[in-house]
Design a protein around this ligand. Sequence first.
Ligand code: DOR
Length: 425
Amino acid sequence: MRLLIGGGRVIDPGQGIDAKLDVLIEDGRIAEVGHKLPVPRDCQVYEAQGRIVAPGLIDMHTHLREPGREDQETISSGTRAAVWGGFTSVVCMPNTQPPNDNQAVTKFILEQARTEGACHVFPVGCITKGQQGEELAEMGELAASGVVGFSDDGRSVANAELLRRAMEYAAMLDLPIISHCQDAHLGHQGVMHEGLISTKLGLPGMPSAAEEIIVARDIRLAELTGARLHIAHVSAAGSVDLIRQAKFRLADITAEVTPHHFTLTDEAVYSFDTNTKVNPPLRSKDDLEAILTGLEDETLGVIATDHAPHTLAEKEREFTLAPFGMVGLETALPLALQLVSKDLLTLPGVIARLTINPARILDLPHKGTLAVGSDADVTIINPEKKVIVDPGSFKSKGRNTPFGGWELQGAAEAVVVSGKLINLQ
Ligand code: DOR
């Protein structure tokens, strides 16, 4: 099977490529990237003039909900949402039911992804059994069965001694700890960012300090243990500062930001739309500014969705009772491209944060690049395409987005997953 993607603007930040080139795919691998490649026999051709041809996008923070909450999302629907959003790989968080804290669950996810998945799925294993923060999960067995990192995402490991041990194991296994940073007590009844707007609305708040305290703690523990630490969904200005300082000292600290945290502030909560209820919460204008600076200077080297589908019934409750989370796979790319139109990042800068940077953190050597021999995962983007966000047309089972009706520009028009072209038009 051969496929030639011809005449597009190939942007592969991992190799420093940004040029009009052709990409030839053979047998599920990148065979050649070059100028005006001859079309071999028996070769499908995709005309990509005016399009951006990037390595397949990787979302390193997705909730696929299966096993256990198939009413919210399945591996089938979640990976379809990913593909329609331009992603060819997703990394799924372990807060399923049961949580992914043992080999059986990891193997189930991988098998389900193999048979039902529309794109590649890389599971993350729990740090603690049942995400209860009391006893370490079987980290060695999880690693052997194929997890790409460890996280108790949804909450922090409150016990610093336990997290220290987890980091020691993770360092031995050479896998990252992906940390959801939030103090278990400070603002634990909060439903939004603690500030002027929470006071005006009379809603209990979650102070930025709840995140910053744990970012500082986890950085210290990573320094103590030599573990690779990745900070998930950074939302607070103080966290950006702490990570920036740590990166000066430490090679192995990385961090991600979600499209909602680089686009919205707590002002969105004035609507009382429960789709703005997310954890960590949408924060203040100052936090947003700090996040944009952190994105620019690469303190925040990854853009990840934290795609968190919930049912309509769950989200149609009062703000205080609705669950935290919003879907993101099908809006992430156009929202990320806004950073380019606003002159905050270059196009290669955005693509790096969605491809090579997550691939390096997760140690996926054949992903996130179009280097010859890499897996043939490609995202073809039409930068001119007008998008009106229509949650009703999402492939995800989740409709819980605050971006419904937004007019954006730029979206994936095709992806290649393991050499197979999927046209999204
Ligand atoms: O808003 C969130 N929703 N934040 C998390 O950390 C977990 C996620 C979920 O699983 O719904």
